[in-house]
Design a protein around this ligand. Structure first.
Ligand code: HDE
Length: 744
């Protein structure tokens, strides 16, 4: 009997047989094409075992009789369960929680003066990239909104091999030397006895360590600022952190700091929001990135370079090799040299986002390292960690990690080897393989390390300028707006307020006084300390056994040219000119002014914003004149913390219902408290805190107070224009003080 090998099904194009063109963006590039043979959707195919045998019954195991015991012979059951038993791999030791996307990078002008790296020469060429964002401390399932530095790791698949720029959204780091990294991470991770708290630094071991490590004080200022709770991964800066080198065709080297500047500006949420978002939608950042890309609103950054000539290596008060220091943009401007666009979501989280393996040591000719002792330690760590995480030495063969450049070498075998090497000669020099693969001369693109001079005595010391631990922490503090300073104080009160050990709290406040006395006083006040506690010397407890404490004490550089403040350090000076991709909740109930919703939605969508109707119940609303309005979310499933702004349209019945619904009132109050843009028309004005509708809607459109716009029913489009302007400003910080009195 002839077996029917295939069920007759309509044929589909294999390249579009899954959700890629619908939710993943629809662009392609060399890397995506290279991934194509590995993609599989099962669409229109029969179910098989891993050996390709077609499965007839995937519902019942093989048994000796309908009620009998299962048979060992059931290879289908055994294979399925065995694979399932081994589905997990170890999560990353740090940066376990992440989200990623594909895209491309394009340079604006050839950078041949600075570097020989080919991907930085041709403005017409698109280099494929895969970018993974992450938090550091939390486990894979932790909330996106933890107070934490964010990883910003970019893999460029260049024609000369992979270049990984494995950076963070904060330009400095906690420690100066790689040898302290395990200590730092042990301190910040959940405490070992009860594994509490998850994805949080507000606990004793973290602050115990920090209070003894004055070198971390600059980083602490950044992580206590709102930079550590971004509004969106698309609205963060990125930094290479270390000083790297660029080397050109003439073998001239310059120092470089890498920056990513988001086109949407740098924006954050408030700590109160972060806490609430963690409950309402712990996947907030992951979802935001996914939805933006799926909707065609691609995430974009400009690559910035700060270039420092070799002769200026010692021209600064700080050491270029010290990763706890920035190079202020006022001293060395950031040149914007190219653009990164993320335009496609991954197909499979595990295969791509989880299995991607970054390494700061993945460089191409024209990019090289410096002796930054943190970077040098990282150059060891990243391959080493993959051996455990990805299970062996062949992780570079996992599709997402393969370069688009060809790979040929004499490395062989090992767990999960995919490549079938056909040459008999897996050694060099050889004659049997014709001397292949042969080395590439520098002119052929062979990587040649920059011949930096070394030759000093072996020592475990650090450079003298490394010990200026406070100057840049103070510079950061001085550069913040009043609102930002207030948030830093608040964050420190929260973090230190959670400590169980009073002595650690007091030591930390004492340490803060070295950054700024007012800062320390304000933190002390919130913690109920009568005065700034004195810190028992030495301040720095990171001292070798035979070291003299005085040699390790922090000391400010005696500079006459020190900057008082740097505008680039304050988010108050960021781009605030667009409402693109911002989410607006339209709060409505039955009887709502349907025309107002329509006009508002049209205006918001035209500006690239996203409008969603939120109502006391799901399904549809009956608007005025019997118009049916689809509800996107019921109040039960969201909160205004998930939106950038709220619009309350008029409609007598709708507003009456909302006023009587505590969740609706809370929705608006929270948005007010979080200084978000608010707009209302007609009767909707009654929902605005402080306004109660006593005054009714203003006759003409007006900004009732900063970021709160009201108008009559007749002029919804002018209200929309004013609302969009308020959204572009991100938040109305002048309302913050007043918002504290709103119950929410
Ligand atoms: Fe990492 N770091 N790190 N790190 N790091 C890892 O590598 C490490 C540091 C950064 O999305 C690990 O594959 C050491 C600074 C990012 O997959 C591990 C030191 C910066 C990511 C590791 C540092 C980073 C990692 C864990 C001190 C900013 C996530 C899993 C010497 C410039 C990459 C892995 C991704 C991941 C070690 C310090 C950024 C264990 C030893 C500074 C963005 O190898």
């Amino acid at each position: 009997m002839a077996t029917k090998r295939r069920a007759k099904q309509p044929k589909r194009d294999k390249t579009t047989d899954d959700n890629s063109t619908h939710t993943n963006g629809n662009t392609t590039n060399d890397k995506l094409e290279a991934l194509q043979p590995f993609r599989e959707s099962g669409m229109d195919e029969t179910l098989t075992t891993n050996q390709g045998t077609r499965i007839n019954d995937d519902q019942n195991s093989l048994k000796a009789g309908a009620r009998g015991p299962s048979l060992l012979e059931d290879f289908i059951l055994r294979e399925k369960i065995t694979h399932f038993d081994h589905e997990r791999i170890p999560e990353r030791v740090v940066h376990a929680r992440g989200a990623a996307a594909h895209g491309h990078f394009r340079v604006y002008e050839p950078l041949s003066r600075l570097t020989r790296a080919k991907f930085l020469q041709d403005p017409a060429a698109k280099t494929p990239v895969f970018v993974r964002f992450s938090t550091v401390a939390g486990s894979r399932g932790s909330s996106d909104l933890a107070r934490d530095v964010r990883g910003f790791a970019v893999k460029f698949y260049t024609e000369e091999g992979n270049f990984d720029l494995v950076g963070n959204n904060i330009p400095v780091f906690f420690i100066q030397d790689a040898v302290k990294f395990p200590d730092l991470i042990h301190a910040v991770k959940p405490e070992p006895h009860h594994e509490i708290p998850q994805a949080a630094s507000a606990h004793d071991t973290f602050w115990d360590f920090i209070s003894l490590m004055p070198e971390s004080m600059h980083m602490i200022m950044w992580v206590m600022s709102d930079r550590a709770i971004p509004r969106s991964l698309r609205m963060m800066e990125g930094f290479g952190v270390h000083t790297f080198r660029l080397v050109n065709e003439r073998d001239e080297s310059r120092f470089v700091k890498f920056h990513w500047k988001p086109l949407l500006g740098v924006h954050s949420v408030l700590w109160d929001e972060a806490l609430k978002i963690s409950g309402k939608d712990p996947d907030f950042h992951r979802r935001d990135l996914w939805e933006a890309i799926a909707s065609g609103a691609y995430a974009e950054w400009e690559l910035g370079l700060q270039v420092i000539e070799e002769k200026d290596e010692h021209a600064f008060d700080f050491d270029l090799l010290d990763p706890t220091k920035i190079v202020p943009e006022e001293l060395v401007p950031v040149q914007r040299v190219g653009r990164l666009t993320l335009d496609r979501n991954p197909d499979n989280f595990f295969a791509e986002t989880e299995q991607v393996a970054f390494h700061p040591g993945h460089v191409v000719p024209g990019i090289d390292f410096t002796d930054d002792p943190l970077l040098q330690g990282r150059l060891f760590s990243y391959t080493d960690t993959q051996l455990t995480r990805l299970g062996g030495p062949n992780f570079h063969e996992i599709p997402i990690n393969r370069p688009v450049a060809p790979v040929h070498n004499n490395q062989r075998d090992g767990l999960m080897r995919q490549t079938i090497s056909t040459s008999h000669a897996s050694y060099a020099p050889n004659t049997l393989g014709g001397g292949c693969p042969f080395q590439a001369g520098a002119r052929m693109g062979g990587f040649v390390s920059y011949p930096e001079r070394t030759g000093d005595a072996k020592t475990r010391r650090r450079g003298e300028k490394f010990f200026d631990h406070f100057s840049q922490a103070t510079l950061f503090w001085n550069s913040q707006s009043e609102t930002e300073k207030h948030h830093i104080v608040h964050a420190l009160r929260f973090e230190l307020g959670k400590l169980e050990t009073g002595a650690i709290r007091e030591r930390m406040v004492g340490m803060l006084a070295n950054v700024d006395r007012t800062l320390a006083e304000q933190v002390a006040e919130g913690l109920g300390l009568p005065a700034i506690p004195a810190v028992e010397p030495p301040l720095n407890r990171s001292i070798p056994a035979d070291g003299r404490p005085e040699d390790f004490e922090p000391r400010r550089a005696k500079s006459t040219s020190a900057l008082e403040r740097s505008a680039a350090l304050s988010m108050a000076n960021t781009v605030k000119d667009t409402a693109k991709t911002r989410k607006v909740a339209i709060l409505a109930a039955d009887g709502v002014d349907a025309a107002a919703i329509e006009t508002m939605k049209t205006a918001l969508t035209a500006a690239g914003a996203v409008a969603k109707v939120v109502a006391p119940h799901g399904g549809t609303l009956s608007g005025t004149r019997g118009v049916k309005i689809a509800v996107d979310f019921s109040l039960l499933t969201v909160g205004s913390v998930l939106f950038d702004a709220v619009f309350v349209p008029g409609g007598v019945q709708s507003v009456k219902t909302l006023k009587a619904d505590a969740m609706a009132v809370l929705f608006v109050n929270e948005a007010y408290k979080h200084c978000k843009a608010l707009a209302a028309t007609g009767e909707g004005i009654a929902l605005l805190p402080h306004h109660n509708g006593a005054r009714g809607a203003p006759a003409t459109v007006e900004e009732i107070e900063e970021g709160v716009v009201g108008g009559g029913d007749g002029d919804v489009s002018s209200v929309a224009t004013a609302l969009l302007k308020a959204i572009a400003r991100h938040r109305a910080w002048s309302r913050e003080e007043k918002g504290q009195h709103v119950p929410a």
